[in-house]
Ligand binder design. Sequence first.
Ligand code: 2AM
Length: 482
Amino acid sequence: MAEADIALIGLAVMGQNLILNMNDHGFVVCAYNRTVEKVDKFLAKEAKGTKVIGAKSLKEMVSKLKKPRRVMLLVKAGSAVDAFIDQLIPLLEDGDIIIDGGNSQYTDSQRRAKSLEEKKILFVGSGVSGGEDGARYGPSLMPGGSEKAWPHIKTIFQGISAKVNGEPCCDWVGADGAGHYVKMVHNGIEYGDMQLICEAYHLMRDALGMSEDEMSGVFGEWNKGELDSFLIEITQNILAYKDTDGTPLVRKIRDAAGQKGTGKWTAISSLDLGMPVTLIGESVFARCLSSLKDERVTASKSLKGPSTTKYEGDRKEMVEHIRQALYASKIISYAQGFMLLREAAKEYNWTLNYGSIALMWRGGCIIRSVFLGNIKEAFDKNPGLTNLLLDDFFKDAIHRSQASWRKVCAMAVTLGIPTPCFSTALAFYDGYRSGSLPANLIQAQRDYFGAHTYELLSKPAQFIHTNWTGHGGSVSSSTYTA
Ligand code: 2AM
C-alpha cells in the first residue's frame, strides 16, 4: 500500500534524525539502509512508537511511496550516491524525485541533475547543515536541482527546517548543483568564522595573558551583541569546560586542525572563478599550517620572533579592539562569500536570491547568527547590491571598527602573533577601496618579459606592446594567457 510521503535511505545519525524530524511534523517516512538489519534496529529502538515504516529492499521501499515518489539519500558522498541512483532508476517513473542530502560536491550534483533529467527523473541536491541536532530539531536546508521537484518537497522541507521569526531556513536555491554550491560556501564561511574566533582567542591568550575563564566571559559578553552567534556561544562553553582534573580541557588539545575538504573546495572554486575570497583561503591554509605540528615545534626552537609576545597597554581596551577587528573581518568574509556566489551564479546560470540564502543560514546551521539577519535586510533593501560592503549598515560598521581593526593587526605583527584572517581581511579592504593598485607595474613586467601587452589608462581595451629593451622584437604575444 502506498502510504509513505517520502523514503529516506541511509540510517547513520543524520539520516535517523531527519526521519524522526519528518515524523514529528506529521510525515510518514519509509526507512531503508544498505545494511538492511539497521532498518529493524532503528524501528525497534529510535523510531519505536512513531509512524515510521521500514523496507527490506529498494523495490519494497518504492512500492510503499505515494506518487510522485520522493526518495532522499543520506549516504556517504561519492560513489555510494551514484550506486543508489543507478539502482533506483529502473524502479522509478517519470516525474519521481531523488533527493541527495549528503555532503556531495556541487559538480557531482550538476552531473546527476543533468543525467537524471534526461531520464525524466527529477533530481534535488540539497545542502543540509546543523549537524545531528539540526537534523533532529530543525536544520538549515539548501535544496537545488530540478525546479519542478520543489512544489512536491516544499512542505516537507520547510516543515522540518529551522525557523527564525516563523520563517523557514529553507528555500529553493537554484538549478542543478546550486544547493550544494551554497552549502559549500556556507562551509567555507564556517572555516573563516572559526579561524577568526581562534585569532581573537590567540591574541587574548598570548598577548593579553588571559585565562580560559576570563576569555569565556569575554565571549559570553560578545554573544550579547552584534557578534551573537552559535560559534561564539560554543566557544564560550568550550573555554569554560574543565577536564576531570579541574583544568580547562581546551588547553590539552593538540593544536593540529583537521578538515574534510569543503573549505578547500570553496577556495578552489574561488580560484577557478577568479574571485578574491582571501579570508576563506587563509583559514584553510591556517589549518594546513597548524597540522604541521612537529615541524612547527622544531622550528620554534630555532626561528626567533620579537622578544616578547606580551601587550603592555590597557587589556580591557584591547579586548574591545579585538572584538571590533573580529566583527570587521567577519563582514569582509561574508562580503567575499557573496561575491563568490554572484560569480558562480553568472558562470553556472543560476538565479540566486541572496537575501533568501542569508535567511537559510540565519538559523539551524553552524554559522547561524544575528549578523545574517543584517545581511538579509541588506539584500531585501537592494536585491541588486553588488557588494555587501556598499550597503549602508555594513559600510558604517566597517567605518566604526576600522581604527580598532588596524590597531589589532599592528599589535599582532609587532608581537609576532599570527592573525592571517584578520590581516588578509584588512588587506582586502584596503585593496577593494583603492582606485589605484600597483598592477600597472605587473602589466609592464609581463609585457617586458613576455610581450603580454598592456592597456593604457587613457585607452582601455586597446592592447599595446612596448619594446622595453630596444632589442628583441616588437611582436606581442596574443595567445599566452596563463
Ligand atoms: P551502511 O549502514 O550499510 O554502512 C553513512 O555511512 C551511510 O552511508 C550509512 O547508511 C551507510 O550504509 C551508507 N553507505 C556508506 N557507503 C556506502 C556504499 N558504498 N553504498 C551504499 N551505502 C553506503
